[in-house]
Design a protein around this ligand. Structure first.
Ligand SMILES: Nc1ncnc2c1ncn2[C@@H]1O[C@H](COP(=O)(O)OP(=O)(O)OP(=O)(O)O)[C@@H](O)[C@H]1O
Length: 292
């Protein structure tokens, strides 16, 4: 099976700022990949490169094509949504349907209308008259009616409360994802997408610091609750991160044998948010200037 996205030494400079520095990764069909990183880490820049919206250095193949040359062709197979909370306020619901039908050759209007019929949204309403939750539903109706092989979502739930964020991802998974499609999503809110991802990539200051299947994360990372008396022994085992919790020390280890860790205390599988904090470590998250 060939990769949907294949990047090799993908780099991008904005003047002297190195927004992406030499990313290598592959995304396979049927995966749901979270590209996770703090502000300014390079997430949007990476997506823009994939969508052919910005120039870059290095090699990038999206469904076998170079996005620099085949942007129009790619747009037939790719659906891109940035930030569901921002549809123009003056736009009426039927106009949104008309617009997407006009610009996207793979938009199935009946499917979108059927989804909307299950909501309280009336077709003659303006976006400005809808609640945020309704706007999310409208966006979902538009996304889910596009028969795209690759769906790229940039911070799709920004500005929504937790209930709507959860509903958004539930719909995406239950009503859209079918195992053949591929979803690439960026977010800061790691915890709430943890359960839907098949793969996770962490980006920091323009570099990938983790690229792993969700299934193999527990093999790679372990969290150990250590009594103060054993804390120094734990520190000798090169933990990725340490924090205090109710008088005990919680250490996060990468690639350390569990038999040895078991001597220090109770072992748990860390959540993705804890791994994220540990991997981000110290140092700037935003890309720095190129040294001359
Ligand atoms: N058009 C631009 N011109 C100059 N610098 C830019 C431009 N776009 C992004 N950058 C810089 O590139 C780096 C990466 O930005 P990018 O928007 O990709 O980060 P991000 O991870 O998406 O951040 P956020 O989570 O805040 O949206 C930052 O240092 C940013 O200031």
């Amino acid at each position: 099976m060939s990769a949907v996205i294949k990047a090799s030494n993908l780099s991008k400079h904005y003047g002297r700022t190195e927004a992406l520095s030499g990313l290598d990764f592959e995304i396979q069909p049927g995966s749901i990949v979270g590209l996770i990183g703090p502000n300014g880490a390079g997430k949007t820049t990476a997506l823009k490169a994939i969508l052919g919206l910005t120039r870059f250095d290095g090699e990038l193949e999206v469904m076998g094509q170079d996005p620099r040359q085949a942007r129009h062709q790619l747009m037939r197979d790719v659906c891109f949504i940035a930030d569901v909370a921002v549809l123009p306020r003056w736009l009426k619901v039927w106009q949104a349907l008309d617009f997407v039908e006009g610009v996207h050759p793979r938009f199935d209007r009946e499917r979108a209308e059927a989804f909307l019929a299950r909501t309280e949204i009336r077709r003659d309403r303006k976006v400005g008259q809808l609640s945020k939750g309704m706007i999310t539903q409208l966006h979902l109706a538009l996304i889910m009616a596009i028969d795209a092989r690759l769906l790229v979502l940039d911070e799709p739930t920004l500005g929504l409360d937790i209930l709507y964020r959860k509903a958004f991802y539930d719909h995406l998974l239950n009503d859209y994802f079918d195992g053949d499609r591929t979803i690439l999503v960026t977010t800061h809110q790691v915890e709430e997408i943890e359960k839907i991802l098949t793969h996770v990539m962490f980006i920091k200051a323009g570099k990938l610091v983790l690229d792993e299947e969700m299934e193999t994360l527990p093999k790679r990372f372990s969290e150990v609750l250590v009594k103060p008396a054993d804390a120094d022994r734990a520190r000798e085992m090169n933990p990725l991160h340490e924090r205090e919790l109710l008088g005990r020390h919680l250490f996060l280890f990468e690639e350390q044998p569990r038999e040895r860790l078991a001597e220090l205390g109770e072992i748990h599988n860390p959540g993705i948010a804890d791994i994220f904090v540990a991997k981000m470590g110290k140092g700037p998250a935003t890309a720095g200037e190129v040294q001359s």
